[in-house]
Design a protein around this ligand. Sequence first.
Ligand code: PGA
Length: 260
Amino acid sequence: MEVVIVPDSAAGGELIAEAMANLLRRKPDALLGVATGSTPLPIYEAFAAKVRAAAVDASQARICQLDEYVGLPSGHPESYRSVVLREVVEPLGLSESSFIGPDGTADDIAAACEEYDQALVAAGGVDLQLLGIGTDGHIGFNEPCSSLASRTRIKTLTQQTRKDNARFFDSIDDVPHHVITQGIGTILEARHLVLLATGEAKADAVALAVEGPLSALVPASALQLHPHATVVVDEAAASQLKLADYFRATFAAKPEWQGI
Ligand code: PGA
């Protein structure tokens, strides 16, 4: 696992956007797995700026979703489908046909989960999957004690996650209890995992995920199993890392051509 400590979220966004651009330069129709929440927004801004400046051609890029609320009406502005279309797909000038995601409105949620796992495989697998981390260590919506081998399935949110996400809704009562999430096993099949974490509130979860034991209690620790996982953190989110100086020295000594 590579850990990159950046001065702030804008620098993290730029670093990751450049990695996405490099991927598209090599593979124009790469499948980019995107995450929702506040943390990845600087990535999407930096990436869209590169596209507008013609530094990269994203016209053949494909976008897929990490997780989704269950039970929000179709087209609800906070459904993750709506969020991804608004924050990622439209700013890149892509159409909805470039996008795949699980159906949180399906009558048969179990079938919708299975179909989504199959759709990811049929699309050739995810080339680069962006991840955030919950204050409880979740990735996607894989809450603590999720199986490290899990596939896309329905999960119940912890009360902490519902509190964390209440800011997107009128009240916490409006935050759904149930979600569909790519499983940890599904996430680990992506070719490159890139987790961005910013702010003090994420520092404990980051330290446990990066330096703690592999444990279902900290789902993000599953990144330790992946051959190409990059964790990008600002100084605040890095503040509990014991090996911070080593991570800084390693990145500073890295040849620029190598990327992340
Ligand atoms: P956040 O969410 O970026 O809004 O903090 C991250 C997550 O819950 O995975």
